[in-house]
Write a protein that binds this ligand. Structure first.
Ligand code: NAD
Ligand code: LMR
Length: 317
């Protein structure tokens, strides 16, 4: 931890010089679980993002090396790394966006629910610290099972009196990324032009890709619809099986996590027209208190202070 602080100080000096000529708001992004399979490439992608001015990397161990490594990339974001419980508060202080890929991944034969016991405890601990050290931050929950870790986070924040449903997001972007990729390939479209909304949740049949609302629109019906839907729903399992015991999706998840975090930063910075599918508290279906929907970021006034990002779940028929 000590050597990491030195790295942080060194990088900070470099950063101050570079930032003096930059424009745009100061934005601190913190990754909890930053030394893991997702955390490392996600840290790299956030270091490359010009909207990030401070990147804080936290894990129970291993973050000094990761932070030192990433900090050498010649992009402006200041990098600091923290390892161990006693440094969690410092890692979180002043965060605008906290991304959580901390916890155990699946092995072949497991469902995401099999991760509940261990990951629920990890998420509870981390969200308790968020409520104490950066209660205003936007939280991007990656840890599985997302369908449960998001409601757990909500309960922790409620108990602490810091819950703002407009700022808690389950990251389902990887489902969208997969649906786009598979649909574009099937329909011979340029994947860069394609969008496919995915609603519901982030496990098996709760993942509902809406190919009827894909753009550009090409009809998908019958067996083709069934096959594309199934491949999107089973995308995570496809990777788990291919990795054969060495974990689940990390690189595509880091990409998806970076896409979603960038949308949050753009929303915070007041950029218009930011729309993403994400798992949020919802009233779209009364029986389901949380539901992934298409969400638009917008500025809102809260107690006189200007915050932003949320959540007007645009109803999708
Ligand atoms: P990993 O084991 O490679 O990394 C997890 C990291 O979390 C490790 O570095 C570990 O030390 C750290 N960690 C554990 N307890 C911690 C704590 N209390 N505080 C901080 N860090 C802690 O796993 P991974 O492949 O990176 O996956 C992480 C999680 O993301 C898993 O639960 C996985 O199922 C989930 N995931 C979600 C999606 C999604 O679409 N939402 C996609 C892929 C993976
Ligand atoms: C995914 O969709 O890849 C993740 O949820 C990881 C998993 O366990 O499938």
């Amino acid at each position: 931890v000590r050597s990491l602080r030195l790295v942080g100080q060194h990088v900070h000096k470099q950063h101050s010089r570079e930032m003096s000529s930059s424009v745009g708001p100061q934005r601190k992004v913190t990754i909890l679980g930053a030394a893991g399979g997702i955390g490392q490439p996600l840290g790299l992608l956030m270091k490359l993002n010009p909207l990030v001015t401070h990147l804080s990397l936290y894990d129970i161990a291993g973050t000094p090396g990761v932070a030192a490594d990433i900090s050498h990339c010649n992009t402006p974001a200041e990098v600091s790394g923290f390892a161990g419980d006693e440094d969690l508060g410092k890692a979180l202080e002043g965060s605008d966006v906290v991304i959580i890929p901390a916890g155990v991944p699946r092995k072949p034969g497991m469902t995401r629910d099999d991760l509940f016991k261990i990951n629920a405890g990890i998420v509870k601990t981390l969200c308790t610290a968020i409520s104490q050290h950066c209660p205003e931050a936007i939280v991007n929950m990656i840890s599985n099972p997302v369908n449960s870790t998001v409601p757990i986070a909500a309960e922790v924040f409620k108990k602490a009196g810091t819950y703002d449903p407009r700022k808690l997001f389950g990251v389902t972007t990887l489902d969208v990324v997969r649906a786009r990729t598979f649909y574009a390939a099937k329909k011979g479209l340029n994947v860069r032009d394609v969008d496919v909304p995915v609603v519901g949740g982030h496990a098996g049949i709760t993942i509902l890709p809406l190919f009827s609302q894909a753009t550009p629109y090409k009809p998908v019906e019958g067996d083709e619809l069934e096959a594309l839907t199934k491949r999107t729903q089973d995308g995570g399992t496809e990777v788990v099986q291919a990795k054969a015991g060495k974990g689940s999706a990390t690189l595509s998840m880091a990409y998806a996590g970076a896409v979603f975090a960038e949308a949050c930063l753009k929303g915070l910075n007041g950029e218009k027209g930011i729309v993403e599918c994400t798992y949020v508290q919802s009233s779209v279906i009364p029986e389901l208190p949380f539901f992934a929907s298409k969400i638009r970021a917008y500025k809102f006034l809260d107690g006189g202070a200007e915050h932003n990002i949320h959540v007007g779940p645009k109803v999708i028929s």
